[in-house]
Design a protein around this ligand. Structure first.
Ligand code: SF4
Length: 80
């Protein structure tokens, strides 16, 4: 086996590895959300902290880290 052939095999292997890891990242499941009970979610604010002013809030009633519908006036321990 010549040097060029081994080099070509090596480059093919590197390219295939890159493609595989790209596909793996594309098909990886989205990060699992925490349940409302585990996050100590409640339907009332905690002082000035509420879903409406949390960075995870997805209006009108979604949250990026807690499962299910949340209220803009709600709050949980993951507020941030
Ligand atoms: S306070 Fe909790 S439930 Fe509300 S948006 Fe923030 S992380 Fe989600």
């Amino acid at each position: 086996m010549g040097v060029n052939q081994r080099r070509r095999q090596f480059l093919t292997l590197v390219a295939a590895t890159g493609i595989l890891s790209g596909l793996q990242a594309f098909f990886a499941p989205a990060r699992a959300k925490t349940s409302q009970s585990a996050a100590a979610y409640r339907n009332s604010p905690n002082g000035r902290q509420r879903c409406a002013n949390c960075s995870w809030f997805e209006a009108p009633s979604g949250c990026g880290v807690v499962k299910g519908a949340v209220s803009a006036r709600g709050w949980c321990a993951l507020w941030g």
